[in-house]
Design a protein around this ligand. Structure first.
Ligand code: ADP
Ligand code: GLC
Length: 496
C-alpha cells in the first residue's frame, strides 16, 4: 500500500509533543510491514537545509484563486531500516515557514497566518505527489494542522474536472488532541480556494468561525484517535470539546488505536543517552542513572530517597494548575511534607514557567529546568523511581509508556490512554504497574504521591515487583501498525 503522512511534526525534524514521535515511529513500522510510506512536512526555519537534498524545479500550488510557488527538499527518515526506507519531503516556503516556531513563538503562540500556512501546506501535499508521480492509496492526516487535506481530497482532488490522480485515494484523519481544533476567523476560508458551499457542506462552519479539525472530521473516510478509551470518552459531552456530536455522528467510522513506542529509541537496553544500559535482569544501570540525575540537578545523591520525575508541556492539559497554581497547587505541600525529590523538565505557559522557577528556588528538594532536552528527558525517565503525569485529559500519552519501559512507576489520573496503559497498585496483592486517582484536584495528587512514597518506604518488595512487571509490558508499534493497516483497508473497501 502507498501511504502519505501529512503532518506538521515528525521526529527528528520538528517536535512539540508526542505527535512527532507517533508519526515517525508509525511510518517506520508500516515500512517494515512492506508498505511504501512517505512523509510530507513543512520545512521550518529550524530544519537545516544543508542536510537535505533539493528536488529540481519548483512546486506550483493553486491557492486562493491564484498559484504560489515553493521549493521541495527531501531526506530519508533516520531510524528506518535500509531495506525499508521512509522518504521525507519538506515544503519550503519562505513567507510561511521561514520563521522560528512550528505553530508560534512565545510572544505570538499561534501565528496569525497559521490558517494560511497549513492550508498552503496541505494543498502542496497533493501537488508534491504529482511532481514525483507517486499517488498514494491513503492520505493519513494528523490533527487540525493537516485536517484540511481530507477536505481537499473529497471536494477538490477526487472530483471530476480536477487535475486527476487521486480518484482511488482514501483519507484517514488521526485526532491526537481534540483540545486544538484550528478555529479562526472565517475570512480565512477565501484562501482555501474552495467554494463557500464547501464551507457549509464540509462542516467548516462553527459558530460563524472556521474550524479546520471539524471539517476534517466530516470529510475523512476514516477517523481515529490514539487510544480506545479516549475514543469512547470523546463521544461524551464531558470530553468532546464541543465536537462529541460530530464523533457520534461518525461513530461507524471512528475508532481508537493505541500508540506504540519506538523501542529502538525508548529502551533501557539500547539507550545511548543514559550512563549505562540496563534491563530487568540487571538494574545497576538504573541505579547509576538515578545517581547521575541527582548530581545533574544538584540534589543530595542518595539511593534511599525516591525521585519523582516529570517531562511535560506546561499546559492545562497536563494538570499544571493543580500542581503549580499559586496558592492552590500541591507541589509546595508535597515537597514540604514528604521525604522525596522531584525533578522536572518542561516548557509552556509563561505563568507556569515563572511559578516553577519560583518554587524550585524555595524548595530544596524540587529542581526544574525550563527548556527542551532530549537527553535530559531520557535521563529523567531512567533515573527516576516514579513519573508524575496527572493529566486533565490524555488522548494516549507516551511518557507513561516510556516510564514503564524504564521501570519507573507512573502516577497518573484515571483518564484517556492512561487507563489503557497503566494498572493501578493493589497494596494487598502488590499487583499493578503504577498509581492512579480519579478526580483532578491538588488533594488527590498530594494523596497519591503520598501513597507512592508510603509504598516506597514500607512495601519495597511490591515496588520492585511492579518495576519488573512494568518493564515486561509490550508497547512496541507492531500490533498497532497492523491495526492502522486494517483501518486503511477498511477505508479503501468503504470507498469501493
Ligand atoms: P503530548 O504529546 O500531549 O505532549 P505525550 O506524552 O504523548 O504528550 O508526548 C510528549 C513527548 O514530548 C514525549 O516524547 C516527551 O518526552 C516529549 N517532551 C515534552 N516536553 C519535553 C521537554 N521539555 N524536553 C524533552 N522532551 C519533551
Ligand atoms: C497528543 C496527545 C498525547 C498523545 C500524542 C501522540 O499530543 O496529547 O496524549 O500521546 O498526541 O499521539
Amino acid at each position: 500500500m502507498k501511504i502519505l503522512m501529512v503532518t506538521s511534526e515528525a521526529v527528528p525534524f520538528a517536535k512539540t509533543g508526542g505527535l512527532a514521535d507517533m508519526v515517525s515511529s508509525l511510518s517506520i513500522s508500516l515500512a517494515r510491514l512492506d508498505h511504501d510510506v512517505k512523509i510530507v512536512i513543512p520545512r521550518y526555519y529550524s530544519i537545516d537545509r544543508s542536510s537535505l537534498e533539493l528536488l529540481p524545479g519548483a512546486l506550483g500550488v493553486p491557492i486562493g484563486g491564484s498559484e504560489q510557488w515553493s521549493a521541495v527538499y527531501t531526506a530519508s527518515l533516520p531510524g528506518a531500516a535500509k531495506k525499508h526506507p521512509v522518504e521525507v519531503y519538506f515544503i519550503d516556503h519562505e513567507m510561511y515557514f521561514g520563521k522560528d516556531g512550528i505553530y508560534g513563538i512565545p510572544g505570538e503562540p499561534d501565528f496569525l497566518d497559521n490558517p494560511r500556512r497549513f492550508t498552503f501546506f496541505c494543498r502542496a501535499a497533493f501537488q508534491l505527489c504529482r511532481k514525483i508521480n507517486w499517488y498514494p492509496d491513503v492520505i493519513h492526516a494528523h490533527d487540525w494542522s493537516s485536517a484540511i487535506a481530507p477536505v481537499y481530497l473529497k471536494y477538490a482532488e477526487r472530483v471530476s474536472g480536477s487535475l486527476g490522480g487521486f480518484e482511488d485515494t482514501v483519507s484517514v484523519l488521526t485526532i491526537h488532541n481534540l483540545g486544538y481544533q484550528g478555529i479562526y476567523n472565517k475570512d480565512n476560508f477565501n484562501y482555501t480556494g474552495l467554494g463557500w458551499d464547501v464551507f457549509y457542506n464540509a462542516g467548516f462552519e462553527d459558530w460563524n468561525m472556521l474550524n479546520f479539525l471539524k471539517a476534517g472530521m466530516y470529510s475523512a473516510d476514516k477517523l481515529n484517535t490514539v487510544s480506545p478509551n479516549y475514543a469512547e470518552e470523546t463521544m461524551t459531552q464531558a470530553h468532546g470539546f464541543r465536537l462529541d456530536g460530530v464523533l457520534r455522528y461518525r461513530y461507524a467510522d471512528y475508532s481508537g488505536i493505541l500508540n506504540g513506542i519506538d523501542t529502538n529509541v525508548w529502551n533501557p537496553k539500547k539507550d545511548k543517552l543514559i550512563p549505562k544500559k540496563y534491563s530487568a535482569a540487571d538494574m545497576t544501570g538504573k541505579a547509576l542513572a538515578k545517581e547521575a540525575l541527582q548530581k545533574r540537578f544538584d540534589l543530595p545523591v542518595d539511593p534511599a530517597i525516591p525521585v519523582f520525575g516529570m517531562v511535560t508541556r506546561l499546559t492545562e492539559q497536563k494538570g499544571v494548575g493543580e500542581l503549580f497554581g499559586p496558592g492552590y497547587g500541591c507541589i509546595w505541600p508535597v515537597c514540604r511534607d514528604m521525604n522525596l525529590q522531584l525533578v522536572l523538565i518542561g516548557t509552556g505557559e509563561a505563568w507556569c514557567e515563572h511559578e516553577i522557577n519560583n518554587l524550585s528556588s524555595r524548595l530544596p528538594n524540587f529542581r526544574a529546568l525550563i527548556g527542551y532536552s532530549e537527553e535530559l528527558s531520557h535521563l529523567i525517565e531512567a533515573g527516576s523511581d516514579f513519573f508524575l503525569m496527572p493529566s486533565r485529559y490524555e488522548p494516549c500519552g507516551l511518557n507513561q509508556m516510556y516510564s514503564l519501559a524504564y521501570g519507573t512507576l507512573p502516577i497518573v489520573r484515571r483518564t484517556g490512554g492512561l487507563i489503557d496503559t497503566v494498572e493501578n497498585y493493589n497494596e494487598q496483592t502488590g499487583s499493578g504497574t503504577g498509581f492512579m486517582f480519579d478526580e483532578l484536584n491538588p488533594t488527590a495528587i498530594y494523596n497519591t504521591v503520598g501513597w507512592a512514597v508510603w509504598a516506597w518506604y514500607n512495601q519495597r518488595d511490591h515496588i520492585e515487583a511492579m518495576r519488573l512487571r512494568a518493564m515486561k509490558q509490550d508497547f512496541s508499534w507492531e500490533k498497532s501498525a497492523k491495526k492502522y493497516v486494517e483501518l486503511y483497508e477498511e477505508a479503501i473497501q468503504g470507498k469501493k
